[in-house]
Design a protein around this ligand. Structure first.
Ligand code: SF4
Length: 335
């Protein structure tokens, strides 16, 4: 048994959702086929009891605050005994921006919910419309304000590569999300799931897939923006699952290690910026990065080092770990 606190997810696919976003097939994303009930909460927590000492219960998927109040109460009540015994130390839910009111938040707080995740997805109303979201950017601004005013922890979810979006509009959305000062963000580049309206649009040639390489290009500056603003990125890219990897992700930015690819690009850009700002005199360089970022700086198959070597006409380039803060690159010239 580990003393670590673990997240115990309970998926509520499509539960309470009045909508059909073009990209959504919650059952595929979560791997779960039917909406969770109180018994699922108890089962998930009992399973977790053998594996961890403390748990954060997370209701993911669906639109928690849009389900009937009785259902919300039943799901949250199932966790009360586990809270009383100190096993569940916090609860988080995710929901739609237009399903938040001060009263709904008060109900959540009465059951000990501490974190509310809002699916902002984009801050561009045209992108939201084309994606069938059924809410506006203003809904996100107002609901984020309500969550913060209630003293709850706010997490915003953003998607890149949705219909009507491009790199610039996704960057603007990220800036607008950062301006709401969330306590964390999750960034999900669009994946085309089997059986969704987005798949039909894509197959009809009416939507250009957001490829893994598009996602890396778009998300590297977005990650930079959030990190510079001191906003933790809790997730970058869909969690890999057997269902997704087994063929349900038919196109778009699905990659089991998408986050690593994005952070690797971020380090490449940091090194480029440094080298452009102060071109080295030597053709032999050593890049100093945080210990844990050596492989990110190096890139898959040493792709970042090969790119820098080519772009800056270097003879030799290597990476060394140092006791640096995250997202730091220093250049040491070998004279
Ligand atoms: S609001 Fe959420 S659960 Fe509902 S269709 Fe859209 S993505 Fe799916």
């Amino acid at each position: 048994m580990t003393a670590k606190k673990s997240i115990v997810p309970v998926f509520v696919p499509h539960l309470g959702c009045p909508n059909d976003c073009v990209f959504c097939n919650q059952r595929t994303i979560s791997g779960s086929l039917c909406p969770a009930g109180p018994e699922d909460v108890i089962r998930a927590l009992e399973d977790a009891k053998g594996k961890t000492e403390r748990a954060e219960l997370a209701f993911y998927g669906g639109s928690f605050t849009a389900v009937p109040e009785e259902t919300q109460r039943a799901l949250l009540s199932a966790a009360l005994p586990y809270r009383a015994m100190g096993f569940v130390t916090s609860i988080r839910i995710s929901t739609r921006p237009d399903a938040v009111t001060a009263e709904k938040l008060a109900l959540l707080q009465s059951f000990g919910v501490e974190t509310v995740e809002l699916g902002a997805q984009s801050m561009d109303d045209e992108v939201l419309r084309l994606s069938g979201r059924g809410h506006t950017a203003l809904d996100t601004v107002l609901s984020a304000g309500l969550v913060k005013a209630a003293g709850l922890c706010l997490v915003l979810q953003l998607m890149t590569g949705l219909p009507g979006a491009d790199r610039d509009s996704d960057l603007r959305s990220a800036e607008a999300v950062a301006a709401l000062a969330p306590d964390g963000v999750r960034v999900y580049p669009t994946v085309i799931l089997r059986g969704t309206a987005l798949e039909a649009l894509w197959r009809a040639g009416k939507y250009r897939a957001h490829t893994v390489s598009d996602a890396v290009e778009t998300c590297a500056p977005i990650a930079d923006l959030f990190l510079k603003a001191g906003i933790p990125i809790l997730r970058l890219g869909l969690n890999p699952t057997e269902t997704l990897s087994g063929g349900e992700a038919v196109g778009g930015a699905y990659h089991p290690a998408l986050g690593e690819l994005v952070y690797s690009r971020l380090y490449l850009e940091l090194a480029r910026k440094k080298l452009r700002a102060k071109p080295p005199r030597s053709r032999r360089l050593r890049l100093l990065v945080p210990e844990r970022a050596v492989s990110r700086m190096t890139g898959r198959g040493r792709c970042n080092l090969l790119a820098l070597r080519w772009e800056f006409g270097l003879e030799e380039i290597s990476v060394v770990g140092a006791a640096f803060p995250p997202e730091t690159v220093e250049i040491s010239e070998i004279l």
